[in-house]
Design a protein around this ligand. Sequence first.
Ligand SMILES: Cc1ncc(COP(=O)(O)O)c(C=O)c1O
Length: 486
Amino acid sequence: MIKEIQLEKELTKPLYLQLYSQIKGLIEEGKLQAHDKLPSIRKLAKGLQVNTVTVVNGYNVLEEEGLVYKKVGSGTFIMPNEQIKDKIIPGEGQADDSELKKEDEEVINFGTVAPSPSLFPIQAFKRLLNQVLDRDQGYAFGYQKSQGYLPLRESIAQYVENYQIEIGAEQIQIVSGAQQGLDVLAKTFLDYGDTVFVERPTYPGAISAFKSRKVELIDIPLEKDGLNLEELEVLLKRYKPKFLYLMPNFQNPTGYSYSLKKKKELLKLADQYELLIIEDDCVSDLNYLGQPRKSLKALDTEDKVVYLKSFSKLYMPGLRLAFMIIPSSYCEDILVSKYLSDIFTDGLVQRVLDLYLRREDWQEQLNCLKEKYSQRYQVMITALKEYLPPNVDYIEPEGGLNLWLKLPQQVSATKLHKVLRKDGVNIAPGALFYHTKPHKNRIRLSIAAVTCQQIEEGIQQLGQRIREELKEEGDYRFDESMMPLV
Ligand SMILES: Cc1ncc(COP(=O)(O)O)c(C=O)c1O
């Protein structure tokens, strides 16, 4: 097979996409057949005299397209024909909403962190749902405890031991999504005129939930290794905030993670100034390269941290499921707020999630997500390096769903957003993530809802548009005819 492939380094098309197209061609011509094994990454890289990353990325795109499948420890194989056809040839006579779906899919959407429905474990969910219905019958639909279904709270207490968090089921409060968690916390702790500290930038859903209580929000600059702690301490001397809200691992929108040192120093400050911390952990599990990242809660010996975790990004957002781990002294107040919000979270989905966590399915689901997202992440990093002008600044977060780009000063993120929309590419302008004085040249790119192929195309467009904006700005600034007469 290696002899059939010829990559041309002079072409503008990246080598890994050339590799992808040529293997796809061999499949279409029947030269590669169902379950044929592709050469190992090392062997192919050596044979074609390219970097192993080129082969990894090429195989990733093939897998993303459903043309090959991987077996851990064995290699990469050609997908059987019927399954390829399912992917390539759309069925006839589809209903209207499938057309809608197609339109959605045509937009290259870097603007959302909502995961693609193709990643949802529907078959496993169906199986467990039937088991719950057979087992619990009508009880699954009765009134439930506001704190949450006890077996689920027990399985979560056991599950969080994986994060080195040791708590009992009585400290867990189930909520209908992390957004409700934020609202319940706002209801519990905040009154008109109170002060809340947040990171700058931060998650807009939190800004809205806190602002709905008419509080004063004070933001503290977030650096690449965590909050600016000197500034935090200055502010702690001036204000008595009701809490500090933050995302220490793979933050939304920046993807930044706090260093272990900063996490520990932050907890010391919390202890010294009696500061309550709300830790929002959506995606710390999606760690593609580095060591597992500790949560603040795992380091919290003084019970100063409320830990909030959503299942939206790891399971399915439509189920509206999240949980909080609450310092014992606040459990009752929070329970009352939750009761007043919606009495309880859907009992049926709580039961299904409980089974999911108790069986192997959960770890499998996480591994599967991690593998998919890590492919997208690698393609994204390669594409950013390849297509963006060198004066765009970003870090490689090594996990999570987001990348935060600082564009050259003269490029407006909102204008770029509008221009790219017309090209069918969606990005999130950074201004969305500030509650005051936004930086105008930041954008967030998410890999949650884009395929590897779309990442390649979308980032190429992005790079081109940034260059055009820079050129326009340059022309504008140096055009003397535009200068006012003095
Ligand atoms: C940081 C953060 N917190 C909370 C939420 C809300 O999550 P949920 O779908 O569980 O309400 C999101 C959603 O994107 C988020 O990014």
